[in-house]
Write a protein that binds this ligand. Structure first.
Ligand SMILES: *[C@@H]1O[C@H](CO)[C@@H](O)[C@H](O)[C@H]1NC(C)=O
Ligand SMILES: *[C@@H]1O[C@H](CO)[C@@H](O)[C@H](O)[C@H]1NC(C)=O
Ligand SMILES: *[C@@H]1O[C@H](CO)[C@@H](O)[C@H](O)[C@H]1NC(C)=O
Ligand SMILES: *[C@@H]1O[C@H](CO)[C@@H](O)[C@H](O)[C@H]1NC(C)=O
Ligand SMILES: *[C@@H]1O[C@H](CO)[C@@H](O)[C@H](O)[C@H]1NC(C)=O
Ligand SMILES: *[C@@H]1O[C@H](CO)[C@@H](O)[C@H](O)[C@H]1NC(C)=O
Ligand SMILES: *[C@@H]1O[C@H](CO)[C@@H](O)[C@H](O)[C@H]1NC(C)=O
Ligand SMILES: *[C@@H]1O[C@H](CO)[C@@H](O)[C@H](O)[C@H]1NC(C)=O
Length: 794
């Protein structure tokens, strides 16, 4: 009934052309009449079209409501028609044909390949963009004689399956266009490798270029963020009938698609109705570690580290010369000690937060327990590692084992993966493998230290003698009392001097507000950062130690841990744990970072979200990619948590008065840790006045948020998260302190939904558009001429 009304309706609406959703024999679609099919829900249209920049004619399916780049499927992508003379027809046996209508009409440009002949065929365009050929009046649920979803082009849509039909041996893959204007099959394909434990791959010809990692019931090992996606749900099935991947969308009004670009990039995009643009939500490959096999066997690729590749614990570079000096890691790593399978002494090292190695040659058993998996691996002398295969039960279960070199392992920052890799090691190697090694970095550091510090060896000797003499003079009784009072280790000046190569310039990490900071390494191997406080603005020794004790008691995963102090020979030093990834501002290169202001109080730091966002406008866009959106969001969240702890949860209520990006350090896993907290206590109320230089309110007011977030640059972002952060940022810079959020609310806002936030009012400073310079590229906002307004923090 509904259908009849629709047909009547569409017949009235399109009285000059066919606007049905079905094609029957004897009623072809001709290009010159501009006829087309429209799906029942009005979502998709099928007809003849020309791509932008080309006059060739193709038969395709496109989104009705999308004005830009809307084509989702093409029939004759290999053989276009040169003029508007094409005819799409359905033959009496159910074959679709595209032929030339000129002359005698016998040139066939494309035909659907059906092996079964259909008695009374009808071709119908469905609302999921699927063109199906089946018997008229036949059961809608039976597998159609032919369907366009089985022959995808470069677009993956919700509900569309990629992968293998194991009964028919049929494989569905995406194939990119040759170029932006030519839909002919390009060199990149996306599909499923069913060998071993199945994975998605992007191939360039026959060469793998990107790998999703194996499916674990919740997500692909290398793409853990799929699980957090609020818009789509990824599905994957492996059984006797099929090995297939697809995704579904909860909200049918959201237009989503995945596109395999001509350059091999796989992008997930959503259509933004307001701006009439495609918004890039995520993309792969995202960094150098996404390139297939970037590091050779048995190595882990760290996207933000230098060197990029590091051997797995218990392994060493096969060719150290290439590895360290030339920086060519493709030889990979070999075992330090051979496995001892016969005697059964081998152990496993748990490597967390990684994309699991290539499973093309892996054996998998999804019903095995993790304990059985371990013993299965131990029993098989060629087993090199194992991991769980099924996380959908809520814990690690199922089993996959690797029996050769471990290929293409990527470290996943900011993800505490519940699916670690258990690497088989000789017992002797496990002892040294308690923490991931950075052998390359250490070696390099050793070279640097030894070369550059030889020159000052002489001075070290002299200094040692002086210190030894001073130490003797020290009041020993005094020291013992202090050792009792303090749970905090007091480091000996000699130890620190040795660890830092006598404060060698090459070990200097930077110059903080309170003195220089040096990198050091204790005899036991622990890496430390030593803050050598400048000798001015000092309290008495006892007072100093008391304050240090207070600071040392503050322990939180988002605060840098104070390991101890050193008060000796007129020196005052604080010893912290060393943060592998340096400070946040090393990630914010360039002039923008330099112009970051120092805020007076904590709340304003959250406003640094602006800087993260604006960082995307820097001319040096590659650097911008170092921090993807999710990582930034994690960092902001971590900072907020650390501050909340300092302000409300700790007994001491420390107010951080000198928050800036260089005081946010990043550990190996890119977790943010606040440093320099409590320094105000040590130095008295030495406050730093905040200068604020800001652009963007006007963009918000005009509802042009997506301009702030330049979509082609900040790829991996979720629009809602960006919206939340922008809102929080705007709330933070409100003119009246009452309108600014307090700290715990900031945290709440960051983890909650943006729609629940109060609407920000105009902030305490506004830049009108004539104050904004557009540079030649048009994307870079210049803040040179902006007035500097000082705001009081709340
Ligand atoms: C297409 O857009 C119009 C106008 O925005 C809207 O009313 C209609 O529901 C949309 N159709 C579909 C199928 O989304
Ligand atoms: C018609 O068909 C013949 C062969 O079947 C072919 O050679 C010829 O090019 C076709 N087209 C025209 C316009 O005659
Ligand atoms: C259907 O008809 C076309 C020509 O009309 C022919 O080429 C094709 O082989 C037929 N297919 C089957 C399955 O009979
Ligand atoms: C595989 O293809 C056959 C026909 O070729 C079809 O009957 C079957 O339903 C398909 N299996 C799946 C899982 O789609
Ligand atoms: C994971 O294990 C559960 C429970 O045994 C099972 O129901 C589910 O199908 C398994 N998932 C996969 C992908 O094998
Ligand atoms: C097994 O242990 C024995 C005795 O410790 C040792 O001699 C032998 O080399 C070991 N076997 C292997 C394969 O390492
Ligand atoms: C998987 O493991 C279970 C339990 O160990 C075993 O019973 C089953 O035979 C294994 N399946 C395969 C296909 O090896
Ligand atoms: C070890 O496992 C691999 C992969 O399942 C298998 O091919 C090989 O035969 C096994 N070797 C032994 C000795 O069991």
């Amino acid at each position: 009934m509904v259908r009849i009304i629709f047909l009547l309706f569409s017949a009235i609406l399109f009285s000059f052309s066919t606007a049905d959703d079905t094609l029957t024999p004897g009623r072809p679609l001709t290009d010159d009449s501009e006829a087309s099919l429209i799906s029942v829900g009005g979502k998709f249209q099928l007809g003849f079209f020309s791509p932008v920049g080309s006059s060739n004619r193709y038969v395709g399916i496109w989104f009705c409501n999308v004005s830009v780049d809307s084509v989702v499927w093409i029939a004759n992508r290999r053989r276009p028609i040169a003029s508007k003379s094409g005819i799409l027809s359905l033959t009496a046996n159910g074959t679709l044909l595209i032929a030339d209508g000129n002359g005698n009409g016998t040139t066939v440009y494309w035909s659907s390949s059906t092996e079964v002949s259909v008695a009374n065929p009808v071709a119908q365009l469905l609302d999921d963009a699927n063109l199906v050929v089946r018997e008229a009046g036949g059961d809608q649920n039976t597998y159609p004689a032919w369907q366009s979803h089985d022959f995808p082009t470069n677009i993956h849509l919700p509900g569309m399956k990629l992968g293998w039909n194991l009964t028919s041996g049929f494989n569905r893959q995406l194939t990119a266009w040759t170029s932006a204007t030519d839909p002919a099959p390009g060199i990149y394909t996306l599909g499923i490798e069913k060998q071993g434990n199945a994975q998605e791959f992007v191939w360039q010809g026959t060469q793998p270029r990107w790998r999703s990692g194996p499916w674990n019931g919740l997500y692909f090992s290398g793409v853990p963020t799929i699980e957090l996606d609020s818009l789509l749900r990824q599905e994957f099935v492996v059984d006797e009938q099929e090995v297939a991947a697809w995704f579904t969308v909860g909200n049918p009004s959201v237009i989503l698609r995945s596109v395999l670009m001509p350059d091999g990039l796989l992008r997930s995009e959503s259509w933004i109705e307001e701006t009439q643009t495609w918004n890039v939500r995520a993309y792969v490959p995202m960094d150098r570690c996404d390139s297939f096999y970037a590091c050779g066997p048995n190595a882990v690729c760290y996207p933000n580290a230098w060197p990029l590749c590091q051997c797995l614990p218990g392994f060493r570079p096969r060719n150290p010369q290439n590895w360290d000096v030339i920086g060519n890691p493709s030889d990979g790593c070999v075992r330090t000690t051979a496995l001892d399978c016969q005697n059964g002494t081998d152990r496993f090292f748990q490597q967390s937060s990684v994309k699991l190695p290539d499973t093309t040659a892996s054996a998998v058993n999804r019903s095995m327990s993790l304990e059985d998996c371990r013993s299965w691996c131990l029993r098989n002398c060629s087993c090199t590692a194992y991991a769980s295969a099924n996380l959908s039960t809520g814990s690690e279960s199922g089993c996959m084992i690797w029996t050769s070199g471990l290929a293409d392992i990527k470290f996943l920052y900011g993800s505490s993966s519940p699916q670690p890799l258990y690497v088989r090691l000789a017992a002797a190697d496990l002892v040294t493998a308690t923490e991931p090694m950075e052998s390359g970095q250490r070696r390099m550091l050793t070279i640097i230290i030894s070369v550059s510090c030889v020159a000052v060896l002489f001075f070290v000797c002299v200094a040692c003698c002086v210190w030894a003499a001073k130490k003797k003079k020290k009041n020993r009784a005094d020291e013992e009392v202090e050792e009792e009072n303090l749970n905090l280790p007091l480091f000996d000046l000699g130890t620190i001097a040795e660890a830092t190569g006598n404060f060698c310039m090459d070990n200097k990490l930077g110059e903080g507000g309170f003195g220089p900071v040096y990198k050091g390494k204790l005899k036991e191997g622990q890496e430390i950062a030593v803050k050598r406080l400048s000798k001015t603005s000092m309290q008495g020794t006892d007072e100093f130690k008391n304050e240090v004790m207070v600071i040392a008691k503050l322990q939180h995963r988002n605060l840098v841990r104070l390991l101890g102090c050193c008060v000796q020979g007129g020196e005052r030093m604080l010893i912290y744990e060393y943060m592998l990834n340096g400070s946040l501002d090393t990630f914010l290169f360039g002039w923008l970072a330099k112009s970051l202001m120092i805020h007076k109080t904590h709340v304003r730091l959250i406003c640094k979200i602006f800087d993260f966002l604006l960082a995307c406008y820097r001319p040096d866009r590659d650097k911008c990619r170092l921090l993807d959106w999710r990582m930034r969001y994690n960092i902001i969240l971590g900072i907020a948590r650390g501050l909340l702890y300092l302000h409300h949860d700790s007994r001491y209520r420390i107010i951080h008065r000198d928050l800036k990006t260089s005081n946010i350090l990043l550990d190996k896993d890119m977790n943010p840790k606040i440093s320099d907290f409590g320094m105000a206590k040590l130095f008295g109320g030495d406050e730093t006045t905040g200068n604020t230089k800001r652009v963007i309110w006007s963009l918000w007011k005009e509802n042009r948020t997506s301009e702030i977030v330049h979509d082609s640059i900040c790829h991996s972002l979720s629009f809602d998260e960006v919206l939340t952060c922008i809102k929080v940022g705007l709330l933070c810079v409100q003119e009246r302190p009452e309108d600014r959020p307090i700290m715990c609310f900031v945290l709440q806002m960051l983890v909650s939904n943006s729609s629940l936030l109060p609407e920000p009012k105009q902030p305490g400073f506004v830049v009108t558009s004539n104050q904004i310079d557009n540079d030649s590229s048009g994307a870079l906002l210049s803040i040179n001429r902006l007035s500097v307004i000082i705001l009081e923090g709340r």
